[in-house]
Design a protein around this ligand. Structure first.
Ligand code: UDP
Ligand code: MN
Length: 484
């Protein structure tokens, strides 16, 4: 893709929007970078990559980067099985002295393969790339410029799309930010037009990103090691982009998209390699590990949105070193990250809170010493305040509403996030049973049938009874709902 200044732009009519493409390219080519940019090691991991695709990646680096900035290109062979990736590749690459091939003796997975490359890298900056990319004209200098400005800046190119059908190169929309939604799904989101206009953001302006896509970025090597690289306890693939993103932001750095740096990437629906373990399970475990180390009290949002993980009780492995690292680096809290880096993420700590009101009697549930009562509602009485948590508990301090299992009675028990017997379904969760969305359905597994929280209208006693969609004494409302 050519990036030439059109006549319009040359004559200074920069406002004209006929061809945004050319316009961005032109503005980028006018940008200056320092003469003393740091050198970089390119680290490209691959496993069973297609020959021509791998070559396209390597050649785009070699032919579109100023040679003096490339210390070396390390191709990390993550134990590929394809014959052509052995001797044939060695022979081919032998004519390019900067290209080195590191052969791993067993499958490391993307995360540990990158670390193996980083450990032998000699450049000042590490630039990670996938093995199915095409670096565009002038891609490298703007990345290195950012790292040179401040060594804690992590610079990402705009990732454009190479079609997996005909290998053609397609540009993407400008103003995309890397974000995540619960439970930590990475995605792109366009900066809203109003924000662009209000802040007069230009196509060439740096975009600060809550999270990076993962595959392509430049980072100061020393800084990468100070940050403890990637958590080496992460397996194969997935979640590492979350980990590095949270770590960078919370421990003093920044993640930026540099619009003047463009790299095409083949997005594939299927990985051309096998996963040593089940793919979904691997990613889930990695994400749970990241949640445990970095999310603080917000990890409940992660588990609430991926509740099956609570039930499965995933083994995330030993976290001691990661927690120590976070302490040593004096990283900020996840709350700080949300407030300062990603304020537009909806992240209420509980699903609902306040009074728990019975719709028919307009009375409230209250904690009275070790037991429960049903009283006249009083917002000022903190004994009537409950949280409905992401782990589905109805919680008052340390205590949780619990069916006691016998004769439909209800009591208080010490809360325990992972206990199904303390969990309740309400509103959107309760809609699995038709007509029960205002009900509060117990998840206790020893109850004989679907059972709901109910107040006995004559004795004003609380109990758990067979759910009945028409029974108004089973309909409840919290004072405040923070989601749906
Ligand atoms: N990769 C690797 N070992 C693995 C999995 C992936 O070396 O076990 C390489 C892969 O060849 C690619 C990069 O890591 O160059 C990123 O993987 P992939 O492109 O599949 O991730 P995606 O772009 O789909 O997120
Ligand atoms: Mn890829």
């Amino acid at each position: 893709m050519a990036r030439l200044c059109g006549n319009d732009a040359l004559q200074g009519h920069e406002e004209e929007e006929e061809d945004v493409e050319t316009d961005v390219g032109c503005r980028c080519s006018e940008q200056r970078v320092h003469d003393d940019l740091p050198t970089t090691t390119i680290i490209m991991c691959f496993v069973d990559e297609v020959w021509s695709t791998l070559l396209r990646s390597v050649h785009s680096v070699l032919s579109r980067s100023p040679p003096h900035l490339i210390e070396e290109v390390i191709l990390v062979d993550d134990f590929s099985t394809k014959e052509y990736l052995k001797e044939q590749l060695d022979t081919y690459m032998a004519r390019f002295p900067k290209v080195k091939i590191l052969r791993l003796r067993e499958r490391h997975g993307l995360i540990r393969a990158r670390l193996a490359g980083a450990e032998i890298a000699k450049g000042t900056v590490l630039t990670f790339l996938d093995s199915h990319v095409e670096c565009n004209v002038g891609w490298l200098e703007p990345l290195l410029e950012r790292v040179r400005l401040r060594r804690t800046k992590v610079a990402c190119p705009v990732i454009e799309v190479i079609s997996d059908k005909d290998m053609s190169y397609m540009t993407v929309d400008n103003f995309q930010r890397g974000v995540f939604t619960w439970p930590m799904n990475f995605g792109w989101r366009q900066i809203p037009q109003e924000v662009i206009e209000a802040n007069k953001i230009k196509e060439t302006d740096i975009i600060r990103c809550p999270v990076m896509a993962g595959g392509l970025f430049s980072i100061d090597k020393k800084y990468f090691f100070e940050l403890g690289m990637y958590d080496p306890g992460l397996d194969v693939w997935g979640g590492e982009n979350m980990e590095i993103s949270f770590k960078v932001w919370m421990c003093g750095g920044e993640i930026e998209i540099v619009p003047c740096s463009r790299v095409g990437h083949i997005f594939r629906n299927d990985n051309p390699y096998s996963f040593p373990k089940d793919r979904v399970r691997t990613v889930e475990r990695n994400l749970a590990r990241v949640a445990e180390v970095w999310l603080d009290e917000y990890k409940e949002l992660f588990y609430g949105h991926a509740y099956h993980l609570v039930l499965k009780n995933v083994d995330v492995g030993d976290l001691t070193q990661q927690i120590q690292l976070r302490k040593k680096l004096q990283c900020k809290s996840f709350r700080w990250y949300l407030e300062n880096v990603y304020p537009d993420l909806e992240a209420p700590l509980v699903k609902a809170s306040g009074l728990l009101v019975n719709v028919a009697l307009a009375g409230c549930v209250a904690v009275e010493g070790p037991t429960l009562a049903f009283e006249e509602c009083d917002v000022n009485n903190t004994n009537q305040h409950f949280n409905y948590t992401w782990l589905r508990l109805i919680q008052h301090g340390e205590l949780c509403l619990a069916p006691s299992g016998v004769l439909g009675t209800l009591g208080l028990r010490r809360c325990q996030g992972r206990s199904r017997s303390l969990a309740w379904l309400h509103r959107s969760l309760a809609t699995v049973r038709p007509g029960l969305s205002d009900h509060i359905i117990s998840e206790h597994q020893h109850l004989p049938q679907p059972s709901c929280l109910e107040v006995d209208p004559s004795y004003k006693a609380l109990r758990v009874k067979a759910c009945d969609s028409t029974n108004p004494y089973q309909k409840w409302q919290f004072g405040n709902y923070h989601v749906d």
